[in-house]
Each structure stands twice: as C-alpha cells, then as structure tokens.
Write a protein that binds this ligand. Structure first.
Ligand SMILES: O=C(O)c1ccc[n+]([C@@H]2O[C@H](COP(=O)([O-])O)[C@@H](O)[C@H]2O)c1
Ligand SMILES: Cc1cc2nc[nH]c2cc1C
Length: 365
C-alpha cells in the first residue's frame, strides 16, 4: 500500500499553473501584490490540475498520538500519562486545537497510533466526517494502536520495520477516509510527550544538520535536560547510522509512531492531489520522511507556520517551503496549521472571486 501510494504521486500540472499565473495578471490588483499567496495559489492549481483549484474546504485535522520509549532518558519534564490525558481533553473539546478548529470550521480526528496508557475503546463510527462550523461533529477517536509506545531509541531501534510500515499505512488510510468523506484539505496534528526528540533525530538524518542544530527545547526543557537531549540524539544517530535513502528504516530506527503515521497522511493526501497543511516540528520531520519516499509529495505540502523549534526551520529549508505564519508557536496538536488555514483559503478564493480589469472596467497601468 505504501508502494502503490508512492506510485500515484505525480508532479504538479504545468498548464494549470500557467493558467493561474496568467489569471493573477488579469485580476484587479497590481501584479505580485498578494506576495506569497500568489505562488501558493499557483501551486494549488498545479496540484488540482485545475484553474482555479477547488476551495480548500471542508478542512479536517488529524491528530496522531503516540508515546516514546526515549522518555526514560529524561528528555522531557512531562509525565508520559499526559499524552492520554490530552487525548481525553481533545475528545472533550477542551484543548487549544479544539478552540482553533471551531474558529476555522475544521473537524478533529484523533488517532491513537501508539499511546502507552490504555484509552477507552473508540466507538466503531462509520465514515470520517470532515467539515465544521458551529454545528460540526464532535471530535472523533480512531483506535489504531500499533504498540503502546516505541522502544527507547537510545538503546535499540524504536520500531521494527513492520511496525513503522503499519503506522505509515494507517496514516494513508486516514487520509483516504477523510478525503472520501469530502475533505478539501488535511491538516496535521500530533500529541506525544517526548516526541520532539525523535523529531530532532529525523531532521538531523534527513537534512544532515548537526544534532545540536536539529534539537530544541520542546515543551520547555531546562539547560541540563537540553544538553542531555542533544546527546541522546547524537548517540542515536551514531548507534543506528540510519540511511536517509531508506525512509522506512529511518522511521523505525529513530522515529515515532505519530511521525510515521503523519508521513503516511501526507503521502495519502499527495496521491489524491489534496493539499496537506503542515503544523510544527513533528509535522515537518514527518514531511521529510514523506519527501524521501516520494519527492513529488512536496507539491502537496503547505507549511502552515514556523515552529519556534530550530529543527523545524532546518526541515522547511530542506523541503524548500516558506511558512505562512511565524508567531513563535511550539504547541503542536495542529494549532499552527489551523491558524494558517484562512490564509490558504484566501489565496484560493482570490482566483474564484476577484474581478478582472476587463470585467470590472478598471484601467491598467
Ligand atoms: O509543533 C511543534 O513544533 C512542537 C514543539 C514543541 C513541543 N510540541 C508538543 O509538545 C510535546 C512534545 O514535547 P517534549 O518536550 O515532551 O518532547 C508533543 O505533544 C508536541 O505536540 C510541539
Ligand atoms: C499540556 C500539554 C499540551 C500539549 N499539546 C501538545 N503537546 C502538549 C504537551 C503538553 C504538556
């Protein structure tokens, strides 16, 4: 399923991009005056192979949650149980992601891909329900636990290749379900105490930057914890020597289940030519894996924001993506992607609704 998904990912459609660029030149605004929104809307036309591309709605956030054996190394001050407790908060609608999803009119799907603490079984709901607004469906839990947390990557491989594959395939399946249910854009979310450590390792492997540059303070670790965290990432790279040309092997050695599933979500969206709006460090580390599986998947990626984590900037640079907003966020959950959603929608709406100089009777220069 990974292989067939990769095979379905194709380059952007040039004629649609040319048409969108020409249309921009005829709209009632000085050429180039919408800055990065113009490039974004042209790219989304290329992704959809249509000018104008469809409005990116309804929007669906998928939050992948997992735990991490590397927690035992003292790389985060938070207890592991917080991952499961925050899932309950997501399902009750009380987290920041819920507030932002209501604001943006997006649905929220929470996927237990590898939480250590047992959760109440999810009701066997039918199809996914993207969409939102005041009457949107309640957040939904999908139970797809591959294992109750990864192994400690400081000691051994975090996952077997089969476990990593199962998580990637779940991400692909969630993308398909959300798109089949009508989603016009997918947003990445994550929850996992300790997950900035494997994210930093993934960034270091795929971009080649030094672990000290890829590693940040996560939820806000103190100086001794930060130094230990860099040492853990450096030692893990030396121990496993992951090959960046083998993304499944990299995810298995030093990744996490939510990172692997997010890579699958991105591949699944790219294969269906639906945009995927990336959140912070964990999302962009997964995006590096997705790009290693299928370089053309980058065409479907929109960088929602620049996380305060230094590894996120290294990853975005490697992917050639400019983030839409830069507010110093470092929360995760999908919050930065949700804040960027109106920017993406605005970029596309311009191509649908703005009058041309001709039609509006406005003189050109
Ligand atoms: O999205 C980001 O850039 C981001 C940056 C720092 C922390 N987080 C979130 O914080 C948690 C991991 O932080 P830590 O310090 O426990 O590794 C996890 O639940 C992430 O969603 C997320
Ligand atoms: C409270 C809390 C909320 C979070 N949301 C995403 N990561 C998180 C980490 C913590 C600790």
């Amino acid at each position: 399923m990974i292989e067939s998904t990769i095979a379905a990912i194709r380059p952007l459609d040039e004629p649609a991009m040319v048409a969108a660029g020409e249309l921009h030149g005829r709209l009632t605004k000085p050429a180039g005056s919408l800055g990065a929104l113009e490039e974004l809307s042209v790219r989304l036309a290329g992704l959809a192979a249509a000018c104008p591309p469809p409005l990116p709605e309804p929007a669906a956030v998928a939050i992948f949650a997992g735990d991490h054996g590397v927690h035992a190394q003292g790389v985060t001050p938070w207890p592991q149980e917080v991952t499961a407790q925050m899932i309950n908060n997501f399902l009750a609608g009380g987290a920041v992601v819920n507030a932002f999803a209501r604001q943006a009119g997006a649905s929220v799907t929470v996927v237990d891909i590898g939480v250590a603490t047992p959760l109440p079984p999810a009701p066997q709901a039918g199809a996914a329900t993207p969409g939102g607004g005041a009457n949107s469906a309640a957040p939904r839990l999908v139970s797809a636990n591959v294992r109750r947390g990864t192994r400690d990557l400081a000691v051994t491989a975090a996952l077997t290749r089969d476990e990593a594959r199962a998580a990637v395939e779940t991400g692909i399946r969630i993308a398909r379900e959300l798109i089949d249910a009508g989603a016009g854009i997918l947003l990445t979310g994550d929850m996992g105490i300790g997950n900035t450590t494997p994210a930093a390792a993934l960034v270091a492997v795929f971009t080649g930057v030094d672990p000290a540059e890829a590693t940040g303070r996560g939820t806000g670790v103190d100086d001794p914890t930060y130094a230990r965290k860099i040492g853990v990432v450096r030692a893990a790279l030396a121990r496993h020597a992951p090959d960046p040309a083998d993304p499944l092997g990299v995810l298995a050695a030093v990744g996490g289940l939510e990172h692997a599933a997010l890579a699958g979500l991105i591949l699944g969206a790219a294969a269906r030519r639906v945009p995927v709006l990336l959140d912070g460090l964990i999302a962009v580390s997964a995006a590096l894996a997705a790009a290693a599986f299928a370089p053309d998947a980058v065409g479907a990626m929109v960088a929602g924001h620049r996380s305060a984590e230094p590894g996120a900037t290294a990853a975005l640079h490697h992917l050639g993506l400019d983030p839409l907003i830069d507010l110093g966020l470092r929360l995760g959950e999908g919050t930065g992607a949700l804040l960027a959603l109106p920017v993406v929608a605005g970029a596309v709406r311009v191509l649908h609704e703005v009058a041309t100089f001709d039609s509006a009777g406005v003189a050109e220069k």
